[in-house]
Design a protein around this ligand. Structure first.
Ligand code: HEC
Ligand code: HEC
Ligand code: HEC
Ligand code: HEC
Length: 183
């Protein structure tokens, strides 16, 4: 039997060549480990994990729901606010009502727990920022928040003073820092 002979030859080769086999084995393991770290390790370029995997890409992108439907106070108050559960159930009482993530949303509703959304944007505490005047000047959301409608998870930003000042210089915004922006 020729093929049995072949296999036997392979085993003989392995036995006679322990050293190269050892190196080839270790190298393969190292490569596999590297590939694992490279492809399977948690991504760091997306936003914080949310209690419910809410996707802006799906809702504002694909389904084209207006930002202001969920963030209605953005032009009126200092805090645009994140939507209460009722907003979600407005649609999800009917749309994919049995989806496990929507059932979770029902849980929050029934126990009157505000959904514990994780904040993605940060502004140092001593900085005064108000959406109102900016929206009135017709700046679009993307000017400061990038294309939220393409993001499954909002990455958010730590807003730095340079970002504010640059635009104020370009667009005749106030530059008297201590009176306007810092309290
Ligand atoms: C169907 C409701 C809904 C719509 C429509 C929607 N959002 Fe949101 N938005 C949320 C929820 C829920 C959160 C909190 C969870 C998260 O960060 O993903 C949020 C969070 C955010 C945040 C991050 C807040 C922070 O600092 O943590 C920004 C910025 C934002 N939305 C902007 C937008 C913009 C711009 C649009 C329109 C392109 C939009 N949203 C449309 C529901 C919505
Ligand atoms: C204006 C209607 C509307 C509102 C408001 C709305 N959604 Fe949705 N949502 C949809 C539609 C449409 C889909 C797609 C359903 C499908 O896949 O058939 C969807 C899908 C989803 C999914 C499933 C995504 C997946 O990967 O399968 C989740 C989770 C979800 N929404 C969460 C939320 C949360 C949380 C809120 C409130 C902040 C919310 N939705 C508000 C219309 C809405
Ligand atoms: C001129 C820049 C600018 C524009 C334009 C802008 N935002 Fe913001 N937004 C910010 C900053 C800065 C913060 C962080 C504020 C904070 O943490 O107090 C923020 C925070 C938010 C938050 C989170 C608020 C919270 O309560 O945690 C939401 C939601 C949001 N913006 C939605 C919007 C939407 C929707 C639009 C468009 C209609 C918009 N923003 C346009 C700068 C901007
Ligand atoms: C996209 C351009 C742009 C960016 C980015 C921007 N601003 Fe402004 N901001 C303006 C303009 C233009 C005005 C003047 C508005 C007016 O005259 O009504 C203004 C006005 C203001 C005012 C005075 C009006 C008010 O709301 O009380 C403050 C305070 C302010 N900005 C703070 C900030 C801070 C803090 C940041 C950074 C987190 C920031 N801005 C980022 C364009 C911008």
């Amino acid at each position: 039997m020729k093929w049995i002979e072949t296999i036997r030859n392979v085993f003989r080769a392995v036995r006679d060549n322990r050293v190269p086999i050892f190196w080839i084995g270790s190298l393969s393991l190292l490569t596999a480990g590297f590939l694992f770290l490279f492809y399977a390790s948690p991504a760091t370029d997306i936003g914080p994990e949310q209690p419910i995997p809410f996707s802006h890409r799906l809702h504002s992108g694909v389904k084209a729901i207006d930002c202001k439907f969920c963030h209605p106070y953005v032009a009126r108050s200092r805090h645009p606010g994140l939507p209460p559960v009722e907003k979600c159930l407005y649609c999800h009482a009917y749309i994919i009502a049995g989806h496990p993530q929507i059932l979770k949303e029902h849980g929050y509703y029934e126990t009157e727990t505000p959904t514990p959304w994780v904040k993605a944007n940060f502004l140092p505490e001593h900085v005064l920022f108000n959406h109102q005047r900016h929206i009135k000047k017709n700046f679009v959301c993307a000017e400061c928040h990038d294309q939220v409608e393409t993001m499954d998870r909002i990455k958010g930003k730590r807003f730095k003073m340079g970002f504010c000042v640059q635009c104020h210089q370009k667009n005749q915004g106030p530059l008297d820092c201590w009176l306007t922006c810092h309290s």
